[in-house]
Design a protein around this ligand. Structure first.
Ligand code: ATP
Length: 233
């Protein structure tokens, strides 16, 4: 089956600074892939290339088999790709329900968005009238995920899912990620700390200085990770 996301020989950066130097990465359909690596390795840049925010200067990006180099982020969203940026980007001065309503769009009613969000995240239902800015970090991540899922994505890209969260909350969120994959949503998740992500990931890749230094199943990258001291938070 065609992978949902594929990067082949991707080179990209900012102005004259090259950050990614010929990256190959394949995300199979319905899989969870952990993209690991130290600070500044280029993980966020890779997500930006995949989501059309940064253009590859060489190589190819395919979404669902279609060549998408240079496609605008909104076109990629229509192709089924959705990104949750680092920091989660919920609207802090709006309630949970209002945040969800803004995620509804032509063809998908607010009622449907609420129903699916509250079904997957009962905690959000309990806090529907609460300002998003007053939610815990984990609840904000749930809200960001619920907003992303409102668009029915085929592939979800999540940057630093566990940033600033307690280990128990992180495990809970990864349970959700595993559930998404079981429902057929492919997930590429960037993490600086590997353990929680690898507990549910089918695939993993380690990026160092803009190059993939190891890729495969979680066991295939263990040695490389140990070398990098990327253990638990
Ligand atoms: P972190 O875990 O710290 O977020 P990362 O692996 O996600 O790191 P990137 O954010 O992709 O790494 O950054 C890779 C390199 O690109 C860094 O050296 C960074 O300073 C540089 N960089 C990132 N964004 C820009 C930008 N907008 N303009 C210029 N350089 C940038």
């Amino acid at each position: 089956m065609t992978p949902i996301l594929e990067l082949v020989g991707v080179t990209a950066g900012y102005g004259r600074i090259e950050v990614l130097h010929g990256v190959d990465l394949t995300l199979p359909r319905g899989a969870v892939m952990a993209l690991l690596g130290p600070n500044g390795a280029g993980k966020t840049t890779l997500l930006k290339v995949a989501s059309g925010q940064v253009r590859a200067t060489a190589g190819h990006v395919h979404v669902g088999g279609a060549h998408v180099n240079g496609a605008a982020p909104d076109a990629l969203a229509r192709a089924g790709l959705c990104t949750i940026p680092e920091g989660r980007s919920v609207f802090p001065n709006l309630t949970v329900r209002e945040n969800l309503r803004l995620a509804s769009y032509a063809g998908v009613s607010a009622a449907h968005v609420y129903a699916t969000a509250f079904d997957r995240f009962p905690r959000l239902a309990e806090r529907a009238g609460q300002l998003a800015g007053s939610l815990s970090g984990g609840e904000q991540q749930m809200l960001a995920m619920a907003r992303a899922l409102a668009t029915n994505p085929a592939v979800l890209l999540i940057d630093e899912l566990s940033m600033g969260l307690a280990p128990l909350v992180v495990r809970e969120l990864y349970e959700v990620v595993a559930g998404l994959a079981a429902d057929g949503v492919s997930v590429l998740v960037v993490e600086q700390f590997a353990d929680a992500a690898l507990a549910v990931a089918d695939r993993a890749a380690v990026l160092v200085h803009g190059r993939v230094v190891a890729a495969g199943g979680p066991d295939d990258i263990a040695d490389e990770l140990a070398n990098l001291y990327l253990g638990s938070a």
